[in-house]
Write a protein that binds this ligand. Structure first.
Ligand code: HSE
Length: 441
């Protein structure tokens, strides 16, 4: 049977997952592929630390040149993460004539165009199924499976760490910090977990996914980003009482005025299938004008799911599919037209607002006057009896408002004005309510 040697750089969580998948399923893969795929070189900075997944003698080293200079190795996997050394390694592998497999969404979001061009110059390809949605075969489903469609919108839960934290807060009333620690221990979080919780990781993935879905060049810098690091349990509870579940959504919508691309916490209806996606799971709803609603679901983070996608990319390159898709479809950002991005202040949405105000005559009237002036219509409003008092003994009460659709720019102006009122005791909380997308049939 033909043997196909592979090189891998970075023997961390996912790198060891790749070795584990090949050990666990190698025979089955060989049977299907009629070839044996094996790791010939694994390059790791710190080779003296303990590893969970052992490698054959002589495979592990800290010498990248062994991999680069081995003409029998045509595929190199980059799994070190980050955007500086990883970029240099990917460039070296491409220049050395290797096809590249990477799970590195940050690298592709920031330097994808440049790297894709370099790959084309060297007649190689870059495969990156593991960069978004872990083990979910999302990239290929969007790029090839939905190619017959004009994709109208996508809504994704694409960060397992955030979804794990929000689920633990909603279902178990767990503290944010405790849930984050658990997600880190389980191996879902990035080396720097602030990239997860501040929404950057989701935005990296949205850059890649929205570019493929819309067939346009959508730069990372155009994405509006808010994370879950400022979410409080009270809002999770109030939203829940109103019939909504809080998720961190990565949203891309093609609409009048351009493509809206944004990552932010969102209340979604308990009837929206995305609301059922819990723990480290990811899911992306994609709406095409021919197919209607499709939804992709699975484990979006972690060792084995991500390794599953990495190994599938390796096999796709061996089969010749990855190279042809890479070269022949004009959907990657280096060859696709630049997108018109809709400015954030022009989007329209429904909103959840929590305003902490002094319980005094005329306060609600003042608030509703401001809403009216900024063309914001109230869909529901509740005030709780106060149990917290200011220094003068006046009660401070939460006023929770749900609006009908309003223009973002108007809502932000109204919030600024409310924040400046003497009766407003803390920065207003504003969370968008995202309704299910209307189906195109
Ligand atoms: N930190 C990421 C997550 C890992 O939590 O989803 C997968 O990209």
């Amino acid at each position: 049977m033909k043997e196909i040697p592979i090189g891998l750089v970075g023997y961390g969580t996912i790198g060891q997952g790749v070795a584990a998948v090949l050990a666990m399923n190698g025979e089955e893969i060989s049977r299907k592929l009629n070839a044996k795929v094996y790791l010939k070189h694994v390059v790791e900075k710190d080779i003296d630390r303990p590893f969970d997944v052992p490698l054959a003698q002589g495979v592990l080293s800290n010498d990248l040149d062994r991999l680069l200079n081995d003409p029998t190795v045509e595929i190199g996997i980059e799994l070190i993460g980050g955007t500086t050394i990883a970029k240099q390694i990917v460039e070296k592998m491409l220049k050395a004539g290797k096809h590249v497999v990477t799970a590195n969404k940050a690298l592709l979001a920031h330097h994808g165009k440049e790297l894709f061009q370099l790959a084309r110059k060297h007649n190689r390809c870059i495969a990156f199924e593991a960069s978004c949605g872990g083990g979910i075969p999302l990239i290929e489903s969007i790029r090839r499976g939905l190619i017959a469609n004009d994709v109208q919108a996508m809504y994704g839960i694409v960060n397992g760490t955030c979804n794990y934290i929000l689920t633990a807060m909603i279902r178990e009333g767990k503290d944010y910090a405790v849930a984050l620690k658990e997600a880190q221990i389980a191996g879902f979080a990035e080396a720097n977990p602030s990239l997860d919780v501040n929404g950057t990781d989701s935005a990296h993935k949205l850059t890649i996914l929205s570019s493929l879905a819309f067939g346009q060049d959508i730069p990372f810098e155009c994405i509006h980003i808010e994370g879950i690091d400022t979410i409080s349990i009270e809002d999770v509870r109030y939203g829940n009482e109103l019939g909504y579940v809080l998720k961190l959504l990565a949203i891309g919508i093609k609409e009048q005025g351009g493509v809206s691309v944004r990552v932010h916490p969102a209340f979604i209806s308990k009837h929206d299938p995305l609301s059922l996606v819990s723990g480290p799971f990811n899911a992306v709803s994609v709406y095409g004008n021919a197919v209607g609603h499709t939804m992709f679901y699975g484990r979006g983070a972690g060792r084995m799911p991500t390794a599953s996608a990495v190994v599938s990319d390796v096999i796709d390159i061996i089969l010749g599919n990855a190279g042809r898709t890479f070269n022949e479809l004009a959907v990657l950002p280096d060859v696709a037209p630049k997108a018109d991005i809709k400015p954030m202040e022009e989007i329209s949405s429904r909103y959840y607002l929590r305003l902490m105000v002094i319980d005094r005559p005329g306060v609600l009237a003042k608030l509703t006057e401001i809403f009216g002036r900024f063309n914001m219509s109230i869909s529901a409003i509740t005030q709780r009896e106060g149990s917290v008092y200011d220094a003068r003994g006046e009660a401070i009460v939460p006023v929770v408002v749900l609006t009908h659709r309003a223009r973002e720019g108007n809502v932000q102006s109204a919030i600024r004005e409310i924040a400046g009122l003497e009766v407003c005791t803390q920065e207003p909380i504003c969370i968008r309510v995202v309704d299910e997308h209307p189906e195109w049939q």
